[in-house]
Design a protein around this ligand. Structure first.
Ligand SMILES: *Cc1c(COP(=O)(O)O)cnc(C)c1O
Length: 373
């Protein structure tokens, strides 16, 4: 059994993917081929944004977003304490101060109450300039954008939606990638929309920001082309083969999201009342990048994971650490009493999940987990 069954997905889509890759091989337009533009146009339409700017990976998508909004040393960037390091790593590399916030205990997403408390603490202290909030669609579950957007407006902060895990998800009819001032995503193979290597994209409705992103991603190119460098940038392009793979997968994304709901529902029904299942708010559709539950204690988690291992059922702790406890962030002081994020880190585990998980395999996962509980 695969944890995320990319092999079954490839078998299902092989004719389209192979044909797409072969076309790129024959054209030899490995960088900047027509597939890249086509993908950007189709993704912008899919998500409901004016612009999609593709790039090399989801981390650089965030870096480009911070750069386009002119991040500076001494800026404070607020993000959940439970996410992948990329949500804030590029900002810290550019001299910003990370400020970690707690998560909601049921949705595992950025808690607006903790966010506002942290913003007010930084404002009171006056040492750093509050600038950015990164709200993550954690595990594919859309963040609470109504509450978070109004906090950002009230405090004059730029809201970045980190939709790396949320491609295809939606909230009240709006697709993830359309929230905040700017949004980013990743096409890392295991994400809900993954390519066959690294890839990423930035979404914006702002023409000027889109222009800056397109410049920054190609060495700060100016109006006269890539040797007319008007600012310091990076080399962060999505290559054409990856765009071809993504075009084939985009065709089935909507259907895969529907299937993901059915798989999640079977887990929900089996586990409800036995162990804490992920809460998806009314009006939200999760992309279920991962299906993670919370044991009641680290010991109980250990017992279940041992049983899964013995039964050869793959599992994953996603993620095992809160960000603020990582050595990389040791130099940054701040409020570290963030109990919900800590509890999640100590007790979460994910189980096999993909639109290609068979009911027989899923039943085996369910039986193994329930009997260990
Ligand atoms: C995967 C991920 C990223 C980074 O994407 P890469 O393509 O691996 O650089 C950023 N944020 C979150 C929440 C992610 O899950």
């Amino acid at each position: 059994m695969e944890f995320i069954d990319l092999k079954a997905q490839y078998r299902a889509l092989q004719p389209a993917i192979d044909a797409g890759i072969r076309k790129v091989l024959e054209s030899t337009r490995f960088i900047g081929g027509g597939e890249v533009k086509e993908l950007e146009e189709r993704l912008a339409l899919f998500v409901g944004r004016k612009h999609c700017v593709s790039c090399a990976n989801g981390t650089e998508a965030l870096q480009l977003a911070f750069m386009a909004y002119g991040i500076e040393a001494g800026d404070a960037v607020f993000c959940p304490d439970m996410t992948f390091i990329s949500s804030v790593e590029p900002a810290v590399m550019l001299g910003a101060k990370p400020v970690f916030c707690d998560i909601d205990p049921d949705t595992y997403n950025l808690d607006p109450v903790s966010l506002e408390k942290q913003i007010e603490a930084v404002e009171r202290e006056g040492k750093y300039r509050p600038r950015f909030v990164v709200a993550v669609d954690f595990l594919g579950n859309p963040a609470d954008f109504d509450a978070i957007s109004s906090i950002c407006r009230a405090h004059g902060l730029v809201l970045i939606e980190d939709a790396a895990q949320g491609t295809g998800a939606s909230r009240n009819g709006r697709k993830c990638g359309s929230f905040g001032d700017i949004a980013t995503t990743s096409f890392f193979p295991s994400k809900p929309l993954g390519c066959y290597g690294d890839g990423g994209a930035v979404f914006t409705d702002d023409d000027e920001i889109a222009g800056l992103l397109n410049s920054f991603k190609v060495h700060g190119k100016g109006p006269k082309g890539k040797y007319d460098n008007v600012r310091i940038g990076l080399n962060s392009r999505l290559d054409t083969i990856q765009a071809a793979v993504l075009l084939a997968k985009l065709e089935v994304l909507e259907q895969e999201i529907v299937t993901r709901q059915a798989v999640a529902k079977r887990y929900d029904e089996a586990f409800r009342g036995q162990i804490q299942i992920p809460l998806v708010a009314p009006g939200s559709i999760s992309a279920y990048a991962q299906y993670c539950v919370l044991a009641e204690s680290p010991e109980q988690r250990r017992r279940v994971l041992d049983a899964m291992k013995a039964a050869e059922v793959p599992s994953l702790i996603y993620y095992p650490n809160v960000l603020h406890a990582l050595d990389a962030f040791a130099p940054y002081e701040g409020d570290r009493a963030l109990p919900n994020a800590k509890h999640y880190a100590d007790c979460n585990f994910g189980m096999p999940f993909s639109p290609y998980l068979t009911e027989a395999d899923q039943q085996k996962v369910i039986d193994t987990v329930l009997s260990a509980l």
